[in-house]
Design a protein around this ligand. Structure first.
Ligand SMILES: [Zn+2]
Length: 238
């Protein structure tokens, strides 16, 4: 996408900075081609100078805008009275997005690994929106984490999330492979250990977790994609 056409879905910003994110050891462990490394760098390292959201978070913002029917940028929508009732679970947070969402009166934040995503400490049907960004590739059983997201969603609720997807391959579990981290392992320890490398079949985890519907939202293919999942109401009421 030409940068002149890019607009931040969170704040409306039109000025972006780019900085490289990947490092050679991660590129090697992940087995990325130069093209793949290029679009992952774009996804993670191109960011709105006004609010700090990077491309994946801006894609996620657009998925959220669709989920809640926002015609404006997310920050403007969330200031409206109709948005105030939204119950939002923000898992781990995302730069730019958490600041925008946290103005809501029914905003909750849950951070991995303090909160076990395989066993969320919330009652069934507690939220209208569940949001996470580049998180479930780090948990042991991502389908279980997605099942938990489904459980805590109220009827009609939406899960919006991102994972880093390499579109030219299939998802693989890294068990049995040398350890690979996103982030500095000396600082973050195994919290950022990568357990699953997502590929073009990432959506299958969503359906395996019991969601009936999943959509992909692109900001910039294949650098910036977000997924939205929900459970459709029973189309055949008794
Ligand atoms: Zn922004």
């Amino acid at each position: 996408m030409p940068e002149s056409m890019l607009r931040c879905s969170l704040c409306g910003g039109t000025d972006f900075i780019r900085r490289p994110i990947l490092w050679p050891e991660l590129v090697a462990a992940w087995g990325l081609t130069a093209e793949e490394a290029g679009y992952i760098d774009e996804q993670q390292g191109c960011a709105c100078t006004a609010c700090g959201a990077n491309l994946r978070t801006i894609a996620l913002g657009n998925a959220l805008r669709q989920a809640v029917g926002a015609a404006t940028v997310l920050r403007s929508f969330l200031a409206t009275p109709s948005a105030q009732r939204l119950r939002v679970l923000d898992v781990n947070g995302a730069a730019g997005l958490s600041e925008v969402l946290s103005v809501l009166p029914h905003y909750r934040r849950a951070d991995y690994p303090e909160v076990d995503l395989h066993d969320l400490p919330f009652a069934d049907g507690s939220f209208d929106l569940v949001v996470h960004s580049d998180t479930i590739e780090h948990v042991a059983v991502p389908v279980r984490a997605l099942e938990e997201c489904r459980r805590v969603l109220a009827p009609g609720g939406r899960l919006c999330f991102t994972v880093p997807i390499i579109v030219g391959r299939m998802t693989r579990n890294r068990s049995g492979l040398p350890k690979s981290w996103h982030g500095n392992p000396e600082v973050t320890g195994d919290d950022f250990l990568v357990q699953t490398e997502y590929g073009a079949d990432a959506w299958t985890h969503v359906l395996r977790a019991g969601f009936t519907d999943v959509t992909l939202t692109q900001l910039h293919y294949p650098a910036a994609l977000a997924m939205t999942a929900w459970v459709a109401p029973d189309p055949l009421p008794a």
